[in-house]
Design a protein around this ligand. Structure first.
Ligand SMILES: Cc1cc2nc3c(=O)[nH]c(=O)nc-3n(C[C@H](O)[C@H](O)[C@H](O)COP(=O)(O)OP(=O)(O)OC[C@H]3O[C@@H](n4cnc5c(N)ncnc54)[C@H](O)[C@@H]3O)c2cc1C
Length: 470
């Protein structure tokens, strides 16, 4: 008889665990209380080197690089192949080339990964992992016509150079092969593949209300689209920022943080050309926090600015307590998560974001708010809000608790769960657990239409689901 597994939560952690275990033949039930999979906190950036985060260790950057390559192998149809420009604002205390030693190390690591296995070469040639451009080179590029299909870093830089106010940043700028991820395409990919697995039961709009540890198994009680109790051999808690709710049900004490954040969806009508992503470094939590300009197709642009007035929120970071492993966000954040955004707050914050990025690209100030933000609360295990690398822990036998901070950690998370299950039940599993035929046989056109549907269902413009550069 197949081992029975329940997974609570259909975010990227839960669906990736379901795909892996479904592929290995386990009897999997995935519970998601909302109507759509992957409708929690958003993601847009594949952190293939962690260069957004100047404060994290080089070792964590290397881990993020490796994990990102694995993620791109698992969800290739969701990767938007456009590089990221890292620029340092004139007001920032650090210098652009402070990142140089770390970038050289990352390039070496990438080269080694490619030497070991050619299939790791998903970020282009290792010697092109990053490239530095001087002010003079950028001034030269600002006179060129943008390419319809940019190929080289130089070509990707043209729209940036044409729109930049050269007085706002220090030089040089650095272009890195950190690509984009389209979350609507991950949702489409994983939803279609899970629906094709006969041994996976997908229960959308079905909330787990109670979990009990019994002698040799767990009893999971649920209600919503279906009502019932399920006895399982192994339990996976992938409930995202509500992981602590399930921990509390099992009497497990754990220290963790939860943070509410938002990114704003805008439309820049006159932007027709393909853009790279652009990151303006800054000190998180100050009025001059990092700004992030994330391009989608047809002028849609997502904006982050790590200031308390834009992406971050006063009281938006909370901690667990001695009595509960679930950090409780203020009701106003829970209302936004459950009921949506008050129009006024959305307009004010999104317009601030446009002005923040418009400081660097003056013409961008004409952009308009294009719908509800991409937002949500995420968990951070432990007590360090700067933590960016975390996978899963096993606080009780036959119980895995997913605690990813970046989506690229899902392969390592799934690998660790499979290892724990094989140890607990003394079974052997096949080597290549990510060789998932239900994912591989999906065609791009099918993903296109499902991703469009997913975006519309979640009330975003359908075109946000498109991949600009395949
Ligand atoms: C603004 C913002 C931007 C971000 N950008 C990036 C980025 O660019 N790159 C990146 O790698 N990461 C990014 N992140 C982080 C990323 O979004 C999270 O790490 C990731 O989405 C977490 O996935 P998860 O599956 O663990 O949790 P979630 O996506 O929160 O999934 C948990 C699911 O469990 C369900 N659930 C909870 N309790 C129950 C229950 N009792 N019964 C049934 N279902 C339940 C919830 O409805 C939810 O769907 C960003 C986060 C934010 C907030």
């Amino acid at each position: 008889m197949a081992i029975k597994v329940a997974i609570i939560g259909g975010g990227v952690a839960g669906v990736s665990a379901a795909l892996t275990l479904g592929n290995l033949g386990f009897d999997v039930t995935l519970f998601e209380k909302k109507k759509a999979l992957i409708s929690g906190p958003p993601f847009c950036h594949l952190h293939a080197g962690g260069n957004l985060y100047r404060e994290i260790s080089t070792q964590d950057c290397i881990t993020l690089l490796k994990q990102s390559i694995d993620f791109a192998k698992l969800y290739p149809f969701a990767i938007d192949k456009r590089p990221t420009i890292f620029a340092t604002p004139i007001y920032d205390p650090q210098e652009p080339l402070d990142l140089l030693d770390r970038l050289k190390r990352l390039q070496k690591e990438y080269e080694e990964l490619v030497k070991k296995d050619k299939s790791n070469m998903l970020l282009g040639e290792p010697n092109e992992y990053f490239e530095i451009f001087t002010k003079e080179e950028l001034l030269e590029l600002s006179k060129k016509e943008p390419k319809l299909k940019p190929k080289t870093n130089r070509e990707w830089l043209i729209p940036f150079a044409k729109n930049l106010d050269f007085n706002t940043i220090k030089f040089p700028v650095i272009v890195v092969k950190e690509y984009g991820i389209n979350l609507f395409r991950v949702a489409a990919n994983s939803g279609l593949a899970l629906e094709a697995m006969p041994n996976v039961k997908l229960l959308r709009e079905c909330e787990v209300k109670e979990v009990k540890k019994e002698q040799n198994n767990f009893k999971v009680s649920y209600s919503g689209s279906e009502i019932g109790d399920l006895e399982v051999d192994y339990l996976i808690n992938a409930a995202g920022f509500q992981t602590g709710v399930i921990d509390d049900m099992l009497g497990i004490k754990e220290q963790r943080l939860v943070e509410f954040k938002a990114a704003y969806v805008t439309k820049w009508e006159s932007r027709e050309e393909l853009w790279p992503e652009v990151v303006f470094h800054g000190i998180r939590g100050t009025d001059r926090g990092m700004g992030q300009f994330t391009p989608y197709c047809n002028g849609l642009t997502q904006l982050h600015a790590m200031t308390p007035q834009i992406t971050l929120f006063k009281d938006g970071l909370v901690s667990s307590t001695k009595v509960s492993s679930y950090p409780k966000l203020d009701k106003k954040f829970i209302d936004i998560i459950e009921k949506g955004w008050p129009k006024e707050l959305l307009e004010t914050r999104a317009k601030r974001a446009i002005n923040y990025l418009g400081y660097f690209f003056p013409k961008f100030k004409e952009a308009k708010v294009a719908g509800k933000p991409l937002y949500g609360a995420q968990q951070i295990p432990g007590d360090n809000p700067d933590l960016r690398v975390a996978e899963v822990s096993f606080p009780m036998p036959k119980y895995a608790r997913c605690e990813i901070v970046k989506v690229s950690s899902v392969n390592d998370m799934a690998k660790a769960i499979v290892k724990d299950i094989s140890k607990e039940f003394n079974i052997e599993v096949k080597e290549d657990i990510f060789d998932i035929k239900e994912l591989k046989k999906l065609e791009d056109s099918l993903i296109d239409s499902r991703a469009f549907e997913v975006a519309k269902k979640l009330n975003y413009p359908g075109e946000i689901s498109k991949r600009c550069n395949r």
